[in-house]
Design a protein around this ligand. Structure first.
Ligand code: NAI
Ligand code: MG
Length: 349
């Protein structure tokens, strides 16, 4: 048996932090089947060189040869560029990675982690909502008019709901909070809310011990900042989930420590929540923790629990003493210092 991992660093700091995540996986190789890594292209730089941000070969190799993948970050332009579309959004679709799972946990002992302790998971639907990118621009008598379609299906809402209940069941507080805005968008968000709420009823009592709450998305953000401890597992449609998880990241001090996985029934892709960070790219100071934790989350999802535990423990033991922190956590350490320290701790375990 072997484990083949596609590596897609893409742009900016992705090229600095994905190698760190690879090294962390190599450090726990004794807990894993024979490892194989395949380097794959995607992103803005690939687009400028080849005319496509997601080469066919990348998708094919992922589908045919890889068990899982790690994705770095892409530099997507905010303006519309002919022929360009975000490869990460396309990959989630191509591989049907319908669940974006983002645990947000306070960095103990860090100067930037003030206020209440945060320990929650954002479960974001990953395939629909406004991100189906069905946008239209027309010229009217009164100027330009832009429209976007928002797709919410019962199928996608139910399956993301199941993921949320499954995660909540395994946590001490066993609480699912549904995030929506169905007071305004009663049809689309209404369907999301009802579909998630209906999950326990059709699951044969499996989730009887899980509490369901709900919160409108705007007040959810407000409450997240005032009393983050009220949340355990937050489940949200794509756009709200995207925003909430970045907001939650701010609470714990830095995007640089927040991991995620994009999970489907047949494939999983680890991905730091942050972007390509052009302001610090190439300086060797990007925080590798989000990517290293994404690798651990990916391994955990695949059932390699002991490998994941080892990585997570080494990361926490590196952060907690607050000696080895990158500048985003108000430290002075470099990417490689943090990575080497984590690998050193793994080897000592
Ligand atoms: P960003 O996440 O790249 O950066 C936001 C801020 O956080 C910056 O100050 C950055 O230096 C800091 N930061 C992020 N990750 C860090 C890390 N690991 N260590 C230390 N500091 C870190 O978001 P921004 O600036 O809005 O977007 C930059 C580019 O990234 C854009 O082109 C955007 O489209 C893209 N992006 C890509 C994503 C992806 O690939 N999934 C997600 C979000 C943005
Ligand atoms: Mg985002």
């Amino acid at each position: 048996k072997s484990l083949t991992i596609g590596l897609i660093p893409a742009d900016g700091i992705g090229r600095e932090v994905i190698p760190a995540a690879r090294d962390a996986i190599i450090a726990v190789k004794s807990e894993l089947p024979e490892l194989k890594f395949i380097d794959l292209l995607a992103g803005w730089e690939t687009f400028t060189r080849t005319g496509t941000a997601l080469p066919r070969e990348t998708v094919q190799t992922l589908k045919e040869q890889c068990d899982c993948a790690l994705f770095g970050s892409v530099s997507s332009p905010s303006r519309k560029v002919a022929g360009y579309s975000s490869p990460i959004v396309a990959l989630r679709k191509e591989l049907d990675l319908y669940a974006n799972i983002r645990p947000v946990v306070s960095v103990q002992g860090s100067a930037v982690a003030q206020g209440p302790t945060v320990d929650l998971i954002v479960v974001r639907e990953n395939t629909e909502c406004l991100y189906v990118k069905d946008e239209n621009l027309i010229q009217t008598e009164n100027g330009k008019e832009a429209r976007a379609t928002r797709l919410i299906t019962e199928r996608a809402s139910t399956r993301i709901g199941k993921i949320a209940f499954e995660l909540a069941k395994a946590r001490p507080r066993k609480l699912v909070t549904i995030i929506h805005k169905s007071n305004v968008l009663s049809v689309t968000d209404g369907l999301f809310r009802e579909s998630v709420r209906a999950v326990p009823a059709v699951s044969g009592g499996k989730y009887d011990d899980v509490t369901i709450e709900e919160q409108l998305v705007d007040s959810a953000v407000y409450r997240l900042f005032r009393e983050p401890q009220i949340f355990d597992v937050m489940v949200a449609p794509n756009l709200y989930g995207d925003i909430i998880s970045d907001a939650a990241a701010a609470l714990v001090g830095s995007l640089g420590v927040i991991p995620s996985i994009n999970a489907g029934d047949d494939f999983v892709m680890g991905e730091p929540v942050h972007g390509s960070a052009p302001d610090i790219a190439g300086k060797g100071i990007a925080n590798p923790v989000a990517s290293i934790r994404s690798a651990a989350l990916m391994l955990r999802h695949l059932g390699y629990t002991s490998a994941a535990d080892k990585i997570d423990k080494a990361v926490n033991d590196t952060l907690a003493p607050a000696k080895l922190l990158t500048p985003d956590l108000r430290g002075t350490a470099s990417t490689s210092q943090v990575t080497d320290h984590i690998m050193g701790l793994i080897e000592k375990q």
